[in-house]
Design a protein around this ligand. Structure first.
Ligand code: NAD
Length: 474
């Protein structure tokens, strides 16, 4: 796996260099070379599957724990690399990305030891039914750039814990920490071929994986558009698909909400990791009675967020992966930008002035049909609008194509349950944000996803066995 990854990484870097030189023209030969590295990785994973899947859960668990220890030992180096590669702040990489990558391996290493099967007994028929789990085979794992190692390991850990072997493709924009992890696999005792990482463009390496007949399972996290293409391309093979996609997540703030708790959390849910988390809030519905007060306090606090060099530990917002253009569109539609882009000036250190930096931006008086209220922005931009009734806000919160995550703020227990039940959202937090329990399945509704990840259900095939027990010996 290590050599495989190394060769593939070098091939890819050469490829990217050539591609730039040739002004993005890809020759047939280069396409074939990338296909070759996916082909070799799938072959290695397929060969490793029989031995890896027959290891005991305890053996696999020990290897996962060792890998977690090794990543944790190098936490600072991983955090530095993640911050430099992605643009996120060093503080976020140190406290969220890399610790979570470590936790992913530890959690699934422990979880695999505590698996139980379901069993029912039909006494009158003399039958016992039970479920049996088996790994699927070679798992194709494709991840995005926003939480590079965090999301990649969230796929690798459960997949290998239950006995699959994997071919993983990190985003071409942020592959460095995946490459660093490859260097630790051997030391952790991961057998050759169990974890293979291919580096390359989505349309080439990613698609080669999606179309490969020996990869029966694809776990994808990324945009809804790419997911549509993956669905089409994998359809002839009837693959098992999990698609974790974009969001346009609402926060609903009722007038009995505890604003002292709600405002700092909603600032975080809007601007953490530069707003580049699929679960970030980008539509804040505030009940009319507290709308002015909320807006005043929210904008005053947003202005305190420091934007600048991602390596500076005092910085809250680092660099964006690409240029953001939604704010101008919102202004053209008549919305009011209360702070941030185009309103306040951003003083950057000399070395960062050519980067994509943006102040946390709050937009108000924006129509529900506006592109800023309908499309995923994936930047530090949030819209704040007023509402009157519970019925109205549920309808407006649901009136987007996405359904990933929502937050509800209220001290009325009955109301939070009522609203949470009716929100078309894979995940609803009440009076908090980003609190996750990895025991529970994760995924979106509508254009935010298909399937559920985060538990062993997706990475195992479950079969039903029935045993008839004769009531007398013949
Ligand atoms: P993207 O769809 O452009 O790319 C994601 C991955 O898919 C990358 O590795 C890319 O190389 C690969 N890819 C691209 N085209 C492909 C193809 N034709 N076949 C196979 N693979 C292909 O997404 P992105 O810009 O990297 O990530 C941002 C998106 O990810 C946002 O929409 C965000 O909401 C979403 N996201 C969702 C979740 C979630 O859990 N729901 C989590 C993080 C990010």
């Amino acid at each position: 796996h290590f050599l495989q990854a190394w060769k593939a990484a070098h091939k890819f870097l050469e490829f990217r260099e050539k591609q730039e030189l040739q002004k993005n023209t890809v020759s047939r030969k280069e396409t074939i070379e990338l296909w070759d590295s996916v082909e070799a990785a799938v072959k290695a994973a397929k060969n490793a599957f029989p031995i890896w899947s027959s290891k005991s859960p305890l053996e696999r668990s020990q290897i996962l724990n060792k890998l977690a220890d090794l990543i944790e030992h190098d936490l600072e180096a991983f955090a530095q690399a993640e911050s430099k590669d992605q643009g996120k702040t060093i503080t976020f990489a140190r406290t969220v990305d890399i610790p979570r990558a470590v936790y992913n391996f530890r959690f699934f290493a422990s979880s695999i030891l505590h698996h139980t099967a379901e069993c029912t007994e039909m006494a009158t028929m003399g039958c016992v039914h039970y479920t049996s789990r088996a790994p699927v085979g070679v798992a194709g794992l494709i991840s995005p750039w926003n939480l590079p190692l965090y999301l990649l390991t969230w796929k690798i850990a459960p997949a290998i814990a239950c006995g699959n072997t994997v071919v993983a493709k990190p985003s071409e924009m942020t592959s460095v920490t995946a490459w660093m992890m490859c260097k630790l696999l051997e030391k952790a005792g991961v057998p050759h071929g169990v974890v293979n990482v291919v580096f390359g463009m989505g349309t080439k390496a990613g698609e080669a994986l999606v179309c490969h007949p020996d990869v029966p399972l694809i776990s994808f996290t990324g945009s809804t558009l790419t997911a549509q293409r993956i669905t089409e391309k994998s359809a002839p093979h009837c693959k098992r698909l999990s698609l974790e996609l974009g969001g346009k997540n609402p926060a609903i703030v009722f007038d009995d909400a505890d604003l002292a708790q709600c405002i700092p959390t909603t600032l975080r849910s809007s601007f953490a990791n530069q707003g580049e988390i699929c679960l970030c809030t980008s539509r804040i519905f505030v009940q009319r009675g507290i709308y002015s007060e909320f807006l005043k306090r929210f904008v005053a606090e947003a202005k305190k967020w420091k934007v600048g060099n991602p390596s500076d530990p005092t910085v809250d917002v680092g660099a964006l992966i690409s240029k953001e253009s939604y704010v101008k569109k919102a202004q053209a539609e008549g919305a009011r930008v209360l702070c941030g882009e185009g309103v306040d000036s951003l003083a950057l250190p000399a070395g960062n002035r050519k980067g994509y930096f943006m102040l946390p931006t709050v937009i108000a008086e924006v129509k529900d049909e506006s592109c800023c209220m309908q499309e995923e922005i994936f930047g530090p931009v949030t819209c704040v609008v007023a509402f009157d009734t519970e019925e109205e806000v549920i309808e407006r919160a649901n009136s987007v194509k996405y359904g990933l995550a929502a937050t509800v703020w209220s001290s009325n227990v009955g109301r939070v349950h009522r609203v949470a039940k009716r929100l078309q959202s894979g995940l609803v937090w009440t009076n908090c944000w980003l609190v996750r329990d990895l025991n529970l399945p994760f995924g979106g509704m509508k254009a935010s996803g298909v399937g559920r990840e985060g538990s062993f259900v997706f990475f195992n095939q479950v079969s039903h066995k029935l045993v008839h027990i004769p009531q007398k010996e013949k």
